[in-house]
Design a protein around this ligand. Structure first.
Ligand SMILES: *[C@@H]1O[C@H](CO)[C@@H](O)[C@H](O)[C@H]1NC(C)=O
Ligand SMILES: *[C@@H]1O[C@H](CO)[C@@H](O)[C@H](O)[C@H]1NC(C)=O
Ligand SMILES: *[C@@H]1O[C@H](CO)[C@@H](O)[C@H](O)[C@H]1NC(C)=O
Ligand SMILES: *[C@@H]1O[C@H](CO)[C@@H](O)[C@H](O)[C@H]1NC(C)=O
Ligand SMILES: *[C@@H]1O[C@H](CO)[C@@H](O)[C@H](O)[C@H]1NC(C)=O
Ligand SMILES: *[C@@H]1O[C@H](CO)[C@@H](O)[C@H](O)[C@H]1NC(C)=O
Length: 474
């Protein structure tokens, strides 16, 4: 009898405590903790991906299209930082399938209802692949040419007929988003142009980057005195009104583009000012002092539980873009490093959901799981875990394992080892963009689909306005 007693105690302790205490523990001095944490979160993320209804269509999520490109971008970064190629085949098939025959991420299944920002996220994934020398796929357009195709098509949609420029959110007049010019569409094209400029050295792209930045700065989308970024503005008011909900990805994309331009222009003053202004504002807005000042938060929706699936993954992008900023603008390292480290440690504590304790929640500032889970939560946490490996230089190995994080180069260029093939003419026809032309080919089924989606966007928009009104009223 006596012999059994200790065993019973041990067993019951295990049963009681295990489900409650497991989390992903990040040790900021141990690269292996980031690698292992990222591997766990990526694997859980890909279980969600494998379980989707539309699993027969590579790269297509249920009910949303843009998130596929965003997730693949995160998995390319994961491969880059850890060397783990487990998911590369799925990345490749999704990227190539959704790029379509023109390599432009504008296939007829989705082109009638998507927004410029949706297409841009796939373009950002493609330029990321080029910069990381992510392995090419045989018999598919090059990664670089895919980004060029997105750039060419979006540049052709630049709209001088209202607000003296700018990209509209959605592409065709029947869409409600056609009546909006938003920060993420313009900021994402700015970022793509800046990255193409640095990668190829082609002046046309840097001219465009500067043009998009300068135009944005004439509107509330980019206020270069306050460094305030409005989410939206409308041609109906000549782009003077502003929808002011603050999102991490809007600040992140303009910051990232400015960092590329800073690096490309060898520390040009204009871009240094942009990096400094936007970085300071990003930190003050999204690393709230009430959470200790080192934990990233999607402040507009997290604490009030209103983040939609889009918004849940935004922090992953800001994580990646801040990490890359430390490479391209090296003097920012000291400021950014503790923020990304603090956020990773905090995010690990959110990963105590079910499914072998690999589901992570949204509220990184909350030390206990917020009881949410989903593919977007995993995307965000994967972003903060894997991109933290930027801070290891190939010499620091972990005391608890023999893992040494490889030293990874900054984003490559054609002149520094990037080998992705350029095709400056990639994308759809050279003809000037006609917003009404694309509608000819849309069948009734597609129109109905577009209507439903637009309705959802419209409702979301009304919801946002009510939310603003409520916020202002309080
Ligand atoms: C377009 O939709 C069809 C029918 O569902 C599907 O077979 C095809 O894979 C889709 N193409 C893309 C690029 O998603
Ligand atoms: C570029 O080089 C990498 C290896 O560094 C390789 O994996 C990739 O496939 C190459 N891309 C092209 C287009 O040759
Ligand atoms: C930027 O913000 C300042 C202060 O609120 C304001 O005076 C200025 O008009 C804004 N600029 C633009 C382009 O909206
Ligand atoms: C541009 O980025 C490279 C790679 O990280 C870095 O070595 C270089 O110092 C950066 N240029 C400037 C002007 O900071
Ligand atoms: C690290 O490597 C040494 C020598 O190969 C080995 O004895 C040790 O067990 C390893 N430590 C861990 C934690 O794997
Ligand atoms: C630079 O980019 C522009 C715009 O895409 C293109 O027309 C031009 O051919 C490119 N120049 C070179 C040398 O690739």
């Amino acid at each position: 009898m006596q012999l059994f007693t200790p065993l019973v105690v041990t067993l019951s302790q295990t049963l009681l405590l295990a489900p409650l205490t497991r989390a992903i523990t990040i040790d900021v001095n141990d690269p292996n903790s980031f690698k292992q944490g990222a591997a766990t979160v990526a694997s859980d993320m890909m279980t969600f991906y494998a379980d989707r209804d539309s699993k027969l269509i590579p790269g297509k999520f249920d009910g949303t299209w843009w998130e596929g490109g965003a997730m693949f971008m995160g998995l390319m970064q994961y491969w880059h930082w850890t060397g783990d190629a487990t998911w590369n085949e799925q990345v490749n098939s999704g990227m190539v399938w959704q790029a379509g025959p023109n390599g432009d991420f504008f296939t007829s299944n989705y082109s009638s209802y998507l927004g410029n920002d949706d297409q841009a996220f796939w373009g950002l994934a493609a330029i990321t692949a080029a910069e990381l020398n992510y392995p090419a796929v045989a018999d598919a357009p090059s990664w670089l040419s895919m980004a060029q195709a997105v750039f060419n098509e979006q540049a052709s949609r630049w709209d001088d007929t209202t607000c003296k420029g700018g990209l509209r959110w959605q592409i065709y007049p029947i869409q409600s988003g056609y009546r909006i010019k938003n920060a993420i569409s313009n900021g994402a094209l700015f970022q793509i142009a800046a990255r193409l400029a640095r990668y190829t050295g082609n002046q046309t792209y840097s001219d465009w980057a500067e043009k998009i930045w300068d135009w944005s700065a004439t509107t509330p989308l980019l206020n270069t005195s306050e460094w305030h970024i409005a989410d939206t503005t409308t041609p109906a008011t000549d782009c003077t009104d502003h929808g002011d909900i603050q999102w991490t990805y809007n600040y992140g994309t303009y910051l990232m583009g400015a960092a590329y331009m800073y690096n490309f222009t060898n520390a040009g003053t204009k871009w240094k000012n942009g990096v400094d202004g936007l970085l300071a504002k990003t930190i003050s807005l999204f690393f709230p002092s009430e959470y200790g000042g080192k934990v990233m938060s999607e402040v507009a929706c997290e604490s009030i539980d209103t983040c939609d699936r889009n918004q849940i993954c935004f922090k992953g992008f800001l994580s990646a873009w801040l990490a890359t900023t430390t490479q391209l603008v090296p003097y920012t390292l000291g400021e950014i490093k503790p923020l990304l480290q603090g956020s990773a440690v905090a995010a690990g504590k959110q990963c105590t959901g079910l499914s072998d304790d690999a589901h992570c929640g949204i509220q990184w500032y909350n030390p206990t799981w917020d009881r949410s889970s989903g593919i977007e939560q995993q995307m965000a946490v994967l972003g903060i875990f894997s991109n933290n490996l930027v801070f290891f230089d190939g010499s620091s190995s972990s005391p608890n394992s023999n893992y040494t994080a490889p030293k990874q180069p900054a984003p490559l260029t054609a002149g520094s080892g990037g080998n992705s093939t350029s095709n400056p003419g990639a994308g759809a026809s050279e003809a000037p963009f006609d917003p009404n032309a694309g509608l000819m080919n849309i069948g009734t089924a597609d129109r109905a689909g577009a209507g439903v989606l637009t309705g959802v966007f419209g409702l979301a928009w009304i919801g946002m306005l009510i939310w603003i009104a409520k916020d202002v009223g309080e």
